[in-house]
Write a new protein. Structure first.
Length: 484
RNA sequence: GCUCCCUUCGUCUAGCGGUCCAGGACGCUGGCCUCUCACGCCGGUAACAGGGGUUCGAGUCCCCUAGGGAGCACCA
């Protein structure tokens, strides 16, 4: 246990693969955490193992119910479902305390009576001596028990030898035990600390592969030592490189644009977010588009890059547009409906969502854009887009528009094809380009210069709304003509 | 300060000693298509951090430097 012993650092347990995602519920679930969850989930699926969720909510001051809800709903939205009910770390206190007692009994832990002031001095001294701020182990063999002081409990880290981590991503990383100090495993009030809890939980949950951010790499040798002191075999480790913000800086938990909630609010599709994330640090040749089934079949943590990746929001947007385009209408229905509801747009008075999606999904980047560019189907035009009206609703077009309104009113069949025929015929008769007629019409019925093909736009709008809006537009043009 | 990790186009990446005057994708950009927007199609732009080795040959192996990151709590 104290010597170099690479073989047992990550012994291969002969049991099915089991991964876990273990977030602490202290804020928004950001996109970096989601990727960690995705990789853990993918690896479990790939190996036909299990993926578990553990909420590390032992920091009562910072953990919140809302944050737990965000994690749960976020993962559900993405489809990263755990195979068992989530484990709440806060409910495992007894197990943690038992483990602490076990270490105490085995003389692998001891009580430390040093005061905070004493520890601070020790750190300063260590720094001054050119080392890292560490505890010197002075209470290891302390015989007295000062009644006035409430002790913490420290783990007896092996003093010599080294810990070898054969990390699935980082490769072999070696730490000398001399670099590690005796960390606190129980606070003065008896509550267990992070490194102890993690080890006990991972052991009890029979986790075989710990896939987490590489900010934990430095904790790993300590955790491996605790595993062994507890008589357990450490799991395999895979430390993922961190994700950086679009500007290359550290991803902030408070950065609104990178939280999973924000992605949803922006109308991004789960499939796009997943596809974007899987390509951050992992690739399969030149392939950019991966279905869930392909990800599961092809993904292997061992292929993940070691370097940090910066977020490229434009590429996410592009992928999202791609998925808007290729997703069957049926798959988008529920997501789109929710987005309209969030935006406060009532769908009752307008085309059905299925029909709308059929024409709109190919031309919008995300669901938010879908809502914004479809409002006019459901809500009255409050005002014309200024530039569009100025350019297209001018007096010169009045005769043509009046003719058009008449012919559309005479239509008995209100289909895209019939509408198109009317417009084409009139354009030919008047010797106009299709566009010279279509644009004013578009502004008249949508209020702006952007919409699906004019025939489909009118078809979806229905004859009544079209007539009503055309008359309003004709009045507008006449008024403008009179005004000179 | 100490320990550990990283370094190919602006960004994500391919590359696992010769097939690389470095490939794909996003972005940007020229053109085509076109009733608007978008899509699509054709083309362009742009990178092996620097320096030493090893080798017949290095983006690919080794070392150093520089730069970046993480951790070093009675937080998780």
């Amino acid at each position: 246990m104290t010597g170099t012993d690479p073989a047992s650092a990550s012994a291969t347990p002969d049991r099915p693969v089991r991964t876990r995602f273990a977030p602490s519920p202290t804020g928004d679930l950001h996109i970096g955490g989601v990727r960690t969850a995705l990789f853990s989930w993918l690896y479990a699926r790939h190996c036909e193992g299990e993926f578990l969720l553990r909420i590390e909510d032992t920091d009562r001051k910072r953990s919140t119910e809302e944050a737990i809800a965000v994690i749960l709903t976020g993962l559900r939205w993405l489809g990263l479902i755990a195979d068992q009910p989530p484990v709440l770390q806060s409910q495992r206190l007894d197990r943690h305390k038992k483990a602490i007692q076990q270490l105490l009994d085995a003389d692998k832990a001891y009580r430390c009576y040093c005061t905070p002031a004493e520890l601070a001095r020790m750190r300063e001294q260590a720094m001054a001596d050119g080392g890292k701020p560490r505890y010197d182990g002075r209470c290891r063999d302390r015989a007295d028990k000062p009644a006035a002081l409430r002790p913490v409990i420290r783990f007896k880290n092996p003093p010599a030898g080294e810990v070898v981590i054969d990390d699935l991503i980082q490769g072999r990383v070696v730490y000398r035990n001399a670099e590690l100090d005796d960390l606190i495993i129980a606070r003065a009030d008896g509550s267990p600390t992070y490194n102890l809890s993690v080890v006990v939980d991972d052991a009890d949950m029979q986790i075989t592969h710990v896939i987490r951010g590489d900010d934990h790499l430095n904790n790993t040798p300590r955790q491996i030592n605790i595993f062994r002191a507890l008589g357990q075999t450490p799991p395999h480790y895979a430390h993922l490189p961190l994700i950086l913000g679009p500007d290359g800086s550290k991803l902030s938990k408070r950065d609104g644009s990178t939280s999973i909630l924000a992605c949803k609010a922006q109308g991004l599709l789960p499939s796009a977010v997943l596809n974007y994330l899987v390509r951050l640090g992992w690739s399969h040749g030149d392939q950019e588009i991966f279905s869930l089934a392909e990800m599961i079949a092809l993904f292997d943590v061992r292929q993940v890059n070691k370097s940090a990746a910066a977020l490229n929001l434009e590429k996410l947007a592009w992928l999202n547009q791609h998925y808007m385009k290729i997703s069957p209408v049926a798959d988008l229905l529920a997501l789109a409906e929710a987005q309209f509801e969030r935006a406060g747009v009532a769908l009752a008075d307008g085309p059905g969502l299925t029909e709308l999606l059929a024409v709109q999904k190919e031309r919008v980047k995300n669901l938010q854009e879908l809502v914004e560019q479809s409002r006019f189907f459901y809500e009255d035009i409050v005002a014309y887009d200024k530039a569009a009206a100025k350019k297209h609703l001018r007096p010169a077009i009045l005769p043509a528009m009046e003719l058009l309104a008449g012919r559309l009113a005479a239509l008995t069949e209100w289909t895209g094809a019939d509408i198109k025929a009317v417009i084409d015929t009139l354009a030919t008769e008047l010797n106009m380009n299709m566009g010279r007629l279509a644009q004013p019409l578009r502004v008249a019925v949508t209020g702006g210069a952007i919409s699906p093909g004019i025939d489909m736009t009118l078809a979806l709008l229905g004859p009544d709304k079209v007539q009503q809006r055309l008359h309003t537009a004709l009045e507008y043009i006449r008024r403008r003509a009179r005004a000179g």
